[in-house]
Design a protein around this ligand. Structure first.
Ligand SMILES: Cc1cc2nc3c(=O)[nH]c(=O)nc-3n(C[C@H](O)[C@H](O)[C@H](O)COP(=O)(O)O)c2cc1C
Length: 245
């Protein structure tokens, strides 16, 4: 069980509301990290804070695996090799099916348009043109190196849990990403790993009744990397908010 909170939650005042907004707004998907280590105490503190995320009936369905050093490097080597093998032989796709349908099976507007904008935007910052398959493969493979972040996180959930628990999980993930910002760290959530759960789950020692939710790169972002200048847009809140009269 969690230790009791020292301050009564109801009377907590946020001394600097702008910092909370800054932590949320400065989060972005970093895709280049420095080799600088992250101290274990920092990671523990980050996960303690993130664990305050809400979940239906307080089920707290999350499991986190922290990979660093040789265990991280060994997973990177295995998955990069599988990714290369898959590119060479697309028939292997059945072996590397996603752990669950993260994306829709049928894309429709406006989501497909936003997806394209995101992909084209990223590749244009990187100078990767349409049809440059080798460059695209190499950039995609950066995922499987955690974009050089020294810390790789893997998240699993017990298969028995319902769809709502994935909602809870999302809140936990966002809490990690925001709490990371408060500590000068950056993140990239990564569904790309979900194709390789067959390799990942045994590597991290997850039980067979667990499903891989996603991975996440965590570390200090490389501020000199071009890829980290890529900024995504957001639609106007008025376009998704319905003020019901
Ligand atoms: C659950 C989840 C999985 C994601 N998977 C990947 C991924 O595998 N690789 C990647 O480069 N970005 C991944 N992203 C990042 C999204 O592309 C990114 O959040 C989106 O384009 C918005 O940009 P921003 O995070 O920089 O604000 C993922 C994001 C989420 C929330």
């Amino acid at each position: 069980m969690n230790a009791a909170l020292k301050t009564p939650q109801v009377s907590t005042r946020i001394a600097d509301p702008a910092s909370v907004d800054a932590a949320i707004e400065s989060r972005f998907s970093a895709r280049a990290f420095l080799p600088r280590a992250v101290e274990r105490e920092v990671l523990e503190d980050l996960l303690r804070v993130a664990a305050r995320a809400p979940s239906g009936t307080n089920t707290q369905p999350w499991n986190v695996y922290v990979l660093q050093g040789p265990t991280r490097d060994a997973l990177v080597a295995k998955v990069c090799a599988a990714h290369d093998a898959l590119a060479a032989n697309p028939a292997l796709a059945n072996d590397y099916a996603e752990s669950y349908d993260y994306y829709p099976t049928q894309w429709v507007s406006p989501y497909i348009d936003r997806r394209r904008e995101c992909g084209f935007g990223l590749y244009s910052v990187l100078g990767i043109g349409k049809g440059e398959k080798d460059k695209m493969h190499a950039q995609h493979q950066r995922n499987y190196k955690f974009f050089d972040a020294p810390i790789g996180l893997m998240f699993t959930i017990e298969r028995v849990m319902g769809r709502g628990s994935l909602l809870d999980f999302g809140m936990f993930l966002q809490s990690i990403m925001v709490a990371a910002r408060a500590r000068g760290l950056h993140t990239c959530p990564q569904a790309a790993w979900n194709h390789f759960s067959k390799i990942i789950l045994p590597h991290i020692g997850a039980a067979e009744n667990h499903m891989l939710v996603c991975g996440m790169a965590l570390g200090y972002a490389d501020e000199s990397a071009l890829v980290n200048t890529f900024q995504t847009t957001r639609v106007d809140p008025l376009s998704f908010t319905h003020w019901v009269a």
